[in-house]
Design a protein around this ligand. Structure first.
Ligand code: PEP
Ligand code: MG
Length: 328
């Protein structure tokens, strides 16, 4: 065994006072190893489909996508796999699809691109629905949504894909099901529309990387301002708390799949806020499970209350440091 974290990788993901926390995998980047510990997690909370598109020389056909998605779904079955529709633009470029802009992070990104190219979107949705036939563990997630119309248009295209496949697949053994569909919360405007979206979608997941970038107006990829990219900024924490409160009130299932959930301090604060599902890179999984198993929710809540009242990220970091030292 490599370390103390790995020694407990097979144990349940529960806090010291018995609260179950689902830990899921962020996948799509490292195809060779990331599935190895899949049996000790609760599925895939974010499958970045664009990573596969980025390794290729041209758009994959619908049939190629179908094979690929089925392999992924089968690998984690029966645990759920949340596949995100193509999230290109910003920092994620395809060599064969030119996007050239002055402000790519504020430009043609994520759902904006695929709604402007419904043929790409429909191809991907159909490939996903077909891959899911006979398996049933697919969930679909939409990146970068910021307007209600985007949610509506994406849902309409999913409906179209579903009905077209119903006809196409009329004489197949397996039937096509409609999977749960969710939105990423990563543009600040999305948070204030949750009451309107809660009836339209089945779940949401916070993309804390982009949410931090857009809330603080700090390019997540710019080394010059890297110190200002601060997910422990009190404003970010207060927004995350609002998301947890609002989703609970709306009875909308919610999770987080940004890097913050893979940091012990971040996971502690998120659990204290009410998050019970966190999705992270495979390298964080054992460490987060180990950390949460040693802490009681009420102690995490006391820490959170202090952090939410802080006036600066520096102060939050000091509180977190003191807490970690006190907990050993
Ligand atoms: C995020 O923005 O937090 C996220 C999970 O998506 P990505 O890092 O792929 O943009
Ligand atoms: Mg993002």
């Amino acid at each position: 065994l490599h370390d103390k974290f790995e020694a407990e990788h097979h144990l349940a993901s529960v806090t010291a006072d018995g609260e179950r926390i689902s830990l899921l995998l962020n996948a799509g980047l490292d195809l060779s190893t990331e599935h190895l510990s899949a049996k000790y997690c609760d599925g895939v909370g974010l499958y970045r489909t664009e990573a596969w598109f980025m390794q290729r020389g041209q758009f994959p056909s619908q049939a190629e996508q179908e094979n690929w998605y089925r392999e992924v779904l089968a690998r984690y079955h029966p645990e759920p796999v949340i596949m995100r529709t193509l999230d290109i633009g910003g920092d994620k470029v395809l060599d064969y699809f030119n996007i050239s802009e002055d402000n790519p992070f504020l430009g043609w990104r994520g759902i904006r691109v695929t709604l402007d190219h419904p043929e790409l979107f429909l191809d991907q949705l159909k490939a996903m629905l077909k891959a899911n036939a006979g398996l049933g563990n697919l969930r679909i997630m939409l990146p970068m949504v910021s307007h209600t119309e985007e949610v509506d248009e994406a849902l309409a295209l999913l409906e179209q894909a579903y009905f077209e496949l119903q006809e196409e697949w009329a004489d197949q053994f397996y039937t096509i099901d409609k999977p749960d569909i969710g939105v990423m919360l990563e543009v600040p405007s999305s948070i204030f529309l949750l009451p309107e979206w809660a009836d339209k979608v089945d779940f949401c997941s916070v993309g804390s990387n982009d949410l931090t970038q857009y809330l603080l107006a700090v390019d997540r990829a710019n080394a010059q301002v890297a110190e200002l990219f601060e997910p422990y900024h009190p404003s970010v924490l207060r927004v995350l708390k609002k998301i947890a409160d609002d989703c609970q009130q709306l009875e909308l299932p919610f999770s987080l799949c940004g890097e913050l959930g893979g940091e012990p301090e971040g996971a502690i604060l998120l659990v204290a806020m009410g998050f019970r599902r966190l999705s992270m890179n495979i390298s964080s999984l054992n460490k987060i499970k180990w950390t949460l198993r040693r802490l009681a929710v009420k102690d995490m809540e006391a820490l959170l209350a202090q952090c939410l009242a802080a006036s600066s990220a520096k102060q939050v970091h000091r509180l977190l440091r003191e807490f970690m030292i006190a907990q050993g």
